[in-house]
Design a protein around this ligand. Structure first.
Ligand code: FES
Length: 277
């Protein structure tokens, strides 16, 4: 069992848990994730690692309460425990000195990108971060990103019907006025797809952290398969980072929405195309 050392409500339906998991904390690297099961009869859900404390032996996860399993997880009290916390899984983010890196972050992925931005900053990059969130009320983690970015832009907009291009205008403005060496995007698949098509026009290498449906997280079930450069890849072991310009976004979006009609979502703002916010 894995103890919940502390929990905080960051925004409506957004929860931060600090979990006692020394073996995961010892090996965690930016961009990796864990698979969590609340109890022995629960389903397995992948959650990005938002931070870790190797001395304390704790790992931070931030999740959006969107349905039955995440509601069950949110209900676990401080001092309570969960059955499984497996990780770190996936390949770590590629960290290097690229130059100027623009990070486009959507939804609750602010949590995921923070360790990646911190590592990129430590490697000597200039970081420009764009956060896209439905409303000011759903915004969280911006102070943390402001402290580790050279510039931070916050974009809000109603995405009830289509989580499209609120980030595209500010992104274009940056690409037209700055020499940008790399773009990293993480968030709803629709947003990442748009970011990808925009940066392709500018010929800028773009990395997307993909979030397909997952089950085992170890490359055996095949559920997380994505098509990248015409080849089938498993996001859990070959990713989650991929060259965004090589991703088959149409297939990814179709696979992401496979069960959206069956899931009773508690999310107030949800895109009708990618079922995310
Ligand atoms: Fe099963 Fe990736 S989640 S192969």
């Amino acid at each position: 069992m894995y103890n919940i050392l502390s929990k905080i409500n960051l925004a409506p339906n957004i929860h931060l848990f600090k979990v006692e998991a020394p073996n995961v904390a010892r090996k965690a690297q930016p961009g990796q994730f864990v698979i969590v099961r609340v109890d022995e009869r629960g389903e397995r859900i992948p959650l990005s690692i938002g931070g870790w404390d190797r001395e304390e032996g704790s790992v931070t996860i931030i999740f959006n309460e969107v349905g039955r399993t995440t509601s069950k997880l949110a209900a676990v009290p401080e001092g309570g425990s969960i059955a499984n916390f497996v990780g770190p899984l996936g390949l770590p983010a590629h960290i290097d000195k690229f130059g100027t890196v623009v990070c486009v972050v959507g939804g609750y992925s602010v949590a995921t990108i923070a360790p990646v931005i911190r590592a990129l900053k430590e490697a000597g990059n200039k970081i420009i971060t764009i956060i896209r969130t439905p409303t000011r009320e759903t915004l969280f983690g911006d102070e943390q990103l402001r402290n580790i970015s050279d510039q931070l832009k916050i974009v809000t907009g109603d995405i009830s019907f289509d989580c499209d291009g609120f980030v595209i205008e500010p992104l274009k403005e940056i690409l037209e006025n700055e020499t940008v060496d790399r773009v990293i995007t993480i968030g709803p698949a629709c947003v990442m797809k748009l970011v990808s098509s925009t940066t392709k026009l500018f010929g800028i290498k773009t990395i997307a952290s993909l979030n397909p449906i997952m089950i085992d997280g170890t490359g055996m079930c095949g559920v997380c398969r994505v098509i990248v450069g015409g080849e089938t890849k498993f996001a859990c072991v070959d990713g989650p980072e991929f060259d965004a310009h090589q991703v088959d976004w149409t297939t990814l979006l179709a696979r992401r929405c496979t069960y959206s009609g069956d899931v009773q979502s508690t999310v107030q703002y949800q895109c009708t195309t990618c079922a995310q916010w």
